[in-house]
Structure formats: C-alpha cells, structure tokens
Design a protein around this ligand. Structure first.
Ligand code: SIN
Length: 475
C-alpha cells in the first residue's frame, strides 16, 4: 500500500512529517494513515510539475498516446487490487468498485485515441491579406482537486486528457480516499508516465495547500470536482491569478416518469440513477416526478425495490449499498428526511439511519413530497428518493428547472418524441432518456447553470486542457 506523497517521481513524507488517518466508513476504524502535505509540499509539487511539463509536451503525440494506452492496460490489470482499496476507504460494494476501475481506466483508452487528434485549423482571412492558423498547445501545469465518491475515476477523468494534451498535474486527493489516488499514481508511473508529470499531495490543510498551489507562477489551470459551495470558493481564489478553470459541481437531478412509461423499466432505471455507487454521485436522481395517475404504482414498485437493497459492508457478498462516507453525511440525510416528513411527506420505506458501527442509512422512499420541500432543493447524496406527483406537464418542467443546478436529468416515456421534447426543455447538461446511467468517457460530462464549467470526456474533454493560439501568417 502506498502511503507517501508523490513529488517529482519521488515518494516522500510531508515537510512536517504529519499524517492523515484514513477510516473505513463501514466500521469507523482507522485502516491506514498517509503523509499529510503542507503548503510547502504543494509548492514543491508545482515546481516538479513545471520542470517536467515542457519535455512531456515535447514528446510526440503518438508516444504520449501509447503511454496513455499502457495506463489503461495497467489499471485494468490491477482491477482487483484497486477495487479492494476503494471498498476499504470508500465503502462501496466490491462490484461497484470493480466497475469504477473499468470506468476509470477507460478514460485513458479514450484519451489515448484523442491525443493524436488534437486538431487546429488554417483558413484565409476574409480580407485575403493573411492566413489564420489555429493551434492548441497544452495549458501547462494543472492543479486538480478531486472528490471521494469515485476515488479512482474522478482522478483519471482529469489526468488522462490533461496528460494527452501535454500538461503536467498536481493532484490534491480527498482526505477520505487518498489510498486509491496514491496507488493509481504509482501504477501510472509504472505504465511509463515520466517523473514529475503526475504529482499527488494529500493534505489536511486544504485552504493552505490550494493557495500555495494556485499562487505558484507556473500553475495555469484548476480542475475541480466537488460541491458547488466549494467550487464558488475556489473560483474566487482562481480569479486572483485569472486561472483557467474546469468545474464539475453539484447536481439536483429530476427523474421524470410519464404515465406512458414502462413502469418496470422506469423503476429499474430509477434504482440505477439513485443507487449506483451507494447513492453518492453528483448525477444521482434527487427528485422523482411521477405523473399523478401512475404515481402510486411507481412509488409502490420503487419502495419494493429500495426495500430489497442489501445495505452493509461492501466486502460482503450480496451487499449493493455500502456505508455513507462519514457521520455528518448521515446527519445531513437524516435532517432532510425529517424536514420532508414534517412538511407532510409519508415514508414508504426506510426513513432513518441504521445503527452502527459504520455510517449506514436505510434506502428510503418518500411519497407526496411537496415540490418546494428542502429535500427537493438540496443535493441529498444518499439513498433517499422523494416522489412528487404531477398533473400538468409545463408546471412539472418548470419545477424540474427551478434550481440553480443543472447537471443531470432523467426522462421515462414510451413516446420518443415527447421524451426528446422534454429533454430539450430541461436545463441540464446531461439527460438520460429511458436510461438510468449516462456516464461514459466518450460523452461530454458536465453541467449547466451552477453545476459547472466545461466538460470532461468526449472529444471536447481534451481541449479543456489546451490553450488556443492563433497565428496570423503571410508568405
Ligand atoms: C460524480 O458523481 O461526480 C460522477 C458521476 C459519474 O461519473 O458517473
């Protein structure tokens, strides 16, 4: 197990020798500790990235692409080991953790293919006086702040395109799940990424770390995945140095079920949209709008499916929902449920935390939820499905859009035209039409409104890590 930080290809302890305890959320017990980086370590990591970046950018795209492909193969070859690490420190069921490694690795395969397709252009100026040549060099050093809910995939989704484009990176992994981050970095080095191109510095002093990393003159970009609240703070700090930013922020996804939907398929999709990776995803369905005449039937079927979920330690066979990440998650989910019930909602199944050890919450369905209830306005990030009946389609779409978040949305209907019309009206960066999952390295992941800036994945993902330079040329 790798527990030191990685700076310039060297594994080392932090400047002050401090450690961060890593806890197993299924028991609350400490399973390891990792080196805690200081502001000085963040500066050293940016120095190292800066030294490595220019020569990495000079490596031929084909060669960079081959290294990215090796990264894909290496991660896949270590699926079992990495999945076990994820389940240890995050708690998600082992099958989900294995799925995450496949997803995480795929960002390298996809971006190895994109690395040799970073296109520029050349055109003739309208006046005819010169040529307009457009090219896309790398931005330079990119600082990455990643979340705990996908300890591997939220790192690779950023690192693969950044490296493909010729950047070097400094990663601040989350305090909750640093072990996976460190081992992934170790494997990427083993796969051929040169020293200094990837640096990983865990810290218990996020503010000091971030300020040091972003005040460094070599840092040119920040890529963040996490809550909108934290994203706003980081954006303000980035403004001082006018850094390029990519932000994947919070969600509040509506899941809409029309009365012509195949209800069994809708419930199956709802379970995926709500419960994948222990219900701790930004894309998770947060509000279920069910057309009035099928709302009871949908709620009943969903409650039966949620009631069947086996909650427990992610290593136990049959478990499909692991623990929440920490006690404050349990507290926040519990208070949203209590407020909804106080506001008139009924508990169809679940409704409360499960006694520890560990941080478990019973899969919960709430019926008759008021569309204005706090649970429909805040990101639940836990296994709770509030169902809101609707009669008027326009009013339902207005409610669905009545949020500053616009990451994901889901629509179930057998009428494809209605489904597409509804999708077009939703202010959301991603829509699942008769699908409960839409994440794919080949698709542009990202949100509208306060759910983010920029896109990860697809062809545009790699350009997020590029500058645009235009050369006016005459010859
Ligand atoms: C996230 O929760 O931020 C990512 C979800 C996904 O990639 O599916």
């Amino acid at each position: 197990m790798q527990t030191q930080m990685l700076i310039g290809g060297q594994w080392c302890d932090g400047a002050d020798g401090a450690r961060i305890p890593v806890l197993d959320p299924a028991s609350g017990e400490e399973i390891a500790s990792v080196a805690a980086g200081t502001a000085a370590d963040a500066t050293a990591a940016v120095d190292a990235a800066d030294r490595a970046q220019k020569s990495w950018a000079g490596v031929a795209p084909r060669e960079r692409a081959e290294i990215l492909r090796n990264c894909w193969q290496t991660l896949i070859a270590h699926t079992d080991e990495l999945a076990e690490l994820i389940t240890c420190e995050h708690g998600k069921p082992l099958a989900d953790a294995r799925g995450e490694i496949g997803y995480a690795a795929e960002f390298f395969r996809w971006n190895s293919e994109e690395t040799v397709r970073i296109h520029g252009s050349m055109s003739t100026a309208p006046s005819g006086a010169n040529k307009i040549i457009v090219r896309h060099p790398p931005v330079g050093v990119v600082v990455m702040v990643t979340p705990w809910n996908f300890p591997a995939a939220m790192i690779t989704r950023k690192v693969a395109p950044a490296l493909g484009a010729g950047n070097a990176v400094v990663i601040k992994p989350p305090q909750e799940t640093p072990l996976t981050a460190l081992r992934v970095a170790d494997l990427l080095q083993e796969a051929g990424v040169p020293d200094g191109v990837i640096n990983v510095v865990p810290t218990a002093d996020s503010g000091g770390w971030f300020d040091a990393a972003t005040e460094h003159r070599a840092t040119r970009m920040v890529s963040f995945t996490g809550s909108t609240e934290v994203g706003r703070v980081l954006l303000r700090r980035c403004a001082d140095r006018v850094l390029k930013v990519a932000m994947e922020l919070g969600g509040n996804a509506p899941f809409i079920v029309f009365n012509d939907a195949d209800l069994d398929a809708a419930v199956e999709g709802a379970m995926v949209a709500k419960m994948r990776h222990s219900a701790e995803t930004c894309t998770a369905a947060n509000r279920f709008f069910a057309e009035a005449d099928i709302a009871d039937a949908f709620t009943e079927k969903l409650a039966a499916a949620m009631g069947d979920v086996q909650v427990g330690n992610g290593f136990e066979p049959g478990v499909t929902c692991g623990p929440m990440i920490n006690p404050s998650a349990i507290e926040s989910i519990g208070s949203l449920v209590s407020a909804a019930v106080d506001g008139g909602a009924s508990v169809a199944v679940g409704g409360s935390a499960i006694d520890g050890p560990g941080y478990f919450f019973a899969p919960t369905v709430l019926s008759g939820v008021d569309p204005g209830a706090s649970i429909t306005r805040e990101e639940i990030f836990g296994p709770v499905a509030p169902v809101i009946p609707f009669a008027d389609h326009d009013a339902m779409v207005a409610h669905a859009n009545d949020t500053e978040m616009g990451l994901a949305a889901y629509v179930y209907t057998e009428d494809l035209a209605k489904g597409l019309r509804t999708a077009e009206r939703l202010e959301s960066g991603m829509v699942g039409l008769n699908r409960g999952a839409m994440s794919d390295p080949a698709a542009p992941f990202g949100g509208m409104k306060q759910s983010g800036l920029g896109r990860e994945g697809a062809s545009e993902g790699i350009y997020e890590f590029c500058e645009t330079q235009y050369i006016a040329a005459s010859w």
